[in-house]
Design a protein around this ligand. Structure first.
Ligand SMILES: Nc1ncnc2c1ncn2[C@@H]1O[C@H](COP(=O)(O)OP(=O)(O)OP(=O)(O)O)[C@@H](O)[C@H]1O
Ligand SMILES: [Mg+2]
Length: 394
């Protein structure tokens, strides 16, 4: 980063009474292509916003793209930039400001985009920053983002918590020549207390290493604590939530009949089957009544099933699955288990088995046998982005 950009980034932080940590300063001082492997809450998004804004102000007519795994993430990131630029005297430089785009009077612009190839293709950029880069499709980085920089001599910033080793992010982090490389575990953030980290370690188990120690975990087993999940006898409650993992063409479909009472989830019964989706849905429907919500993975073939059910007047919520969503759902499920807010009926033997056999492979949740449809159905209860992930505010 050029000196003028770095000084401006410090000034902006100062205006917001943020005293940057040493590692944040080091990252901002890095030159050229830069990669940061970091734990949760180390101030990744803050640094990204400062980097983008200072570059846009100091270098007129520059285009800066910020790419995030989801629209929610890109809006979140852009809210940092909007906050930073809206204070005096920087606000005088604003030409226009929306929820995803900032234009400055010096003809620079910053765009915050979700990671869909169609929205990004065709740009020419001077700086591209990818937040949670390990969670987006690697082809997007290689075939869409790299080319946006080819004619400008611009450079790339990749920042992420760890996810999969089978990814360009990991390969660059391990051996990227000419890259400035950083690894920042959450313990380096002086504002995160030891007590908080210890409590996370006891709740998240091995997953803590990925989330807070910025380590790749792979082929680890038994990631959920199943000790207190099983009810002694069948739970007699009315179904008000049905979780449906439709699966691919060759996988089976997993359905969980549940009763949700505030934060407390009772899993009453399970269904696992192969064959025509709609026939299976029809056999499920007699068990539903007016106030039941159906949550369905609407990725791929699930979209059709979602539309079919919605067309028949059922309350359906489709969830588009992604690696980032999966990560957040795993963490929420672990917190729910820890606070004893989930109880599973003894008849759900396959769900219990899948929970016991759960493992992380290539950054994805699965089971030793590969049968994970009920596990994914359960995760749908925790995939709603409106529910807040357990994060601390520094
Ligand atoms: N140097 C700092 N001093 C004080 N607060 C900071 C500092 N850097 C970041 N913060 C604050 O810490 C919180 C987390 O920062 P940020 O969202 O940038 O972290 P992150 O690493 O992106 O988190 P996540 O892992 O959840 O994506 C925010 O409230 C932010 O304002
Ligand atoms: Mg962040």
């Amino acid at each position: 980063m050029c000196r003028a950009c770095y000084n401006l980034a410090l000034k902006i932080a100062d205006l917001h009474t943020i005293s940057l940590f040493d590692y944040q300063r080091a990252i901002l001082q890095a030159k050229g292509n830069t990669i940061v492997l970091g734990g949760r809450q180390i101030g990744k998004t803050t640094v990204t916003a400062l980097k983008a804004l200072s570059h846009a102000v100091v270098h007129p007519r520059s285009t800066i793209l910020i790419v995030s795994p989801s629209l929610r993430q890109s809006l979140h990131l852009f809210s940092y930039i909007a906050r930073f630029v809206s204070t005096e005297p920087l606000d005088l430089l604003i030409e226009s400001l929306t929820r995803t785009e900032l234009r400055l009077v010096n003809d620079s612009r910053i765009l915050s985009l979700p990671s869909s190839p169609n929205t990004i293709r065709g740009y020419t950029a001077n700086l591209v920053i990818v937040d949670e880069a390990n969670f987006i499709d690697e082809e997007l980085i290689t075939t869409v983002l790299f080319p946006t920089l080819s004619t400008t001599g611009g450079y790339l910033w990749l920042i992420s918590t760890p996810c999969s080793k089978e990814h360009i992010f990991y390969r660059i982090y391990e051996s990227g020549k000419d890259w400035s490389r950083f690894r920042i575990p959450s313990t380096m953030n002086p504002l995160i207390s030891r007590n908080f980290l210890e409590s996370q370690r006891s709740i998240l188990g091995v997953y803590y290493r990925q989330e807070y120690e910025a380590e790749y975990i792979d082929e680890v087993y038994g990631i959920f604590n199943t000790a207190n999940l099983l009810a002694d006898e069948p739970i007699s409650k009315q179904v008000n939530l049905v979780l449906v993992d439709v699966g691919g063409y060759s996988d089976s479909m997993g359905v969980l009949y549940c009763h949700m009472d505030g934060e407390r989830l009772y899993v009453l019964d399970e269904y696992e089957g192969r064959g025509a989706y709609l026939e299976q849905m029809n056999s499920m429907i007699p068990r539903l009544h007016g106030s039941t919500t159906i949550v369905i993975d609407s990725t791929g073939v699930g979209k059709g099933v979602e539309e079919y059910l919605a067309g028949r007047g059922y309350g359906v919520r489709g969830i588009v699955w992604s690696r980032e969503r999966e990560r957040d759902a795993i963490v929420r499920l672990m917190h729910t288990i820890q606070s004893n807010n989930i109880l599973i009926s003894p008849s759900c033997t396959r769900l219990i088995r899948q929970l016991k056999e759960s493992t992380i492979k290539n950054g994805r949740l699965t089971t030793i046998s590969g049968e994970d449809d009920l596990l994914y159905a359960l995760m749908l209860a925790y995939a709603d982005s409106k529910r807040k992930a357990q994060v601390i505010r520094l």
